[in-house]
Design a protein around this ligand. Structure first.
Ligand code: ADP
Ligand code: MG
Length: 253
């Protein structure tokens, strides 16, 4: 089976700093890949490039075999129009550290807005689906609350429901619990565990090593824009091969 997501030589520079240095990565259907690594190693840049929030400077990224940022027409590749880019981006869901909810929309409207506006669902359909998604993240009783009336953990769960609402092929999480008070981390990790059990395809950047060990099918360790080591959690945490991973783990576990 071909991977849902493939990166081939993906390279990103900011000025003369190389944030991603020829990264190769495949994510299979239903796979949970957890990305770890020190601050500044390129983890956010990696997921931001996949979501086309950053342009790339080299290599290719493929979603279900389709080159991101381009369309094929009579055997020739053309850069996507803004509309084409938007449609491609909707096949990728992203959850940020800082929730990024619309402050003036209720939880229900935060989740139903995209399906209603861009997927042509009726208001009724979009609301029914949004209600079911909010229920799935444990917020069935908070539909009409506004973000400021919700805790950080609840806001992040709304953001997860919103990311699911466009039925993406893959979900990207960039440190989804790093902005939360410690007592709220577990309710968000619990939702991620449920999504993993349901077979969603996910890339999760996190510093929660216990979560990585428990939920990841594969762990990717990045440093200085490169994937230094990758493997199942038992190998990464139990018998790290590189000195750099060894020293990272001794600082973070
Ligand atoms: P991580 O998420 O692993 O902490 P990032 O992907 O945010 O790392 O950053 C990787 C490197 O790229 C860092 O050196 C960071 O300073 C740099 N970088 C990230 N975004 C920008 C930007 N918009 N402009 C300039 N440099 C950036
Ligand atoms: Mg980051």
């Amino acid at each position: 089976m071909s991977p849902v997501l493939s990166l081939r030589g993906t390279t990103k520079r900011f000025g003369d700093h190389t944030a991603l240095d020829a990264v190769d990565l495949d994510v299979a259907e239903g796979e949970v890949v957890v990305v770890i690594g020190p601050s500044g190693s390129g983890k956010s840049t990696l997921v931001r490039c996949v979501h086309q929030l950053e342009s790339v400077d080299g290599g290719g990224m493929y979603l279900d075999g389709e080159l991101l940022g381009y369309s094929e027409h009579r055997g020739a590749l053309r850069p996507l129009t803004p509309r084409g880019t938007a449609a491609q981006r909707r096949r990728v869901g992203m959850v940020f550290q800082q929730f990024n909810l619309f402050p003036h929309f209720s939880a229900l409207r935060n989740v139903s807005e995209a399906p209603r506006r861009v997927h042509g669902r009726t208001a009724g359909e979009a609301e029914r689906e949004a209600t079911a998604l909010l229920d799935r993240v444990g917020l069935g009783d908070r539909l009409h609350h506004y973000p400021r009336q919700l805790s950080g953990g609840q806001q992040q769960r709304v953001a997860i429901a919103r990311a699911l609402a466009t039925r993406p092929r893959i979900l990207l999480f960039d440190e989804p619990t790093s902005a939360l008070d410690p007592e709220l981390v577990e309710e968000v990790l619990g939702v991620l565990r449920g999504l993993a059990r349901d077979g969603l395809t996910m890339v999760v950047v996190t510093h929660e090593m216990a979560f990585a060990r428990e939920v990841a099918d594969r762990v990717v360790f990045m440093e200085a824009g490169r994937i230094v080591e990758t493997g199942p959690p038992a190998q990464i945490f139990g018998s790290p091969r590189s000195e750099r991973l060894h020293s990272f783990l001794s600082r973070h576990t």
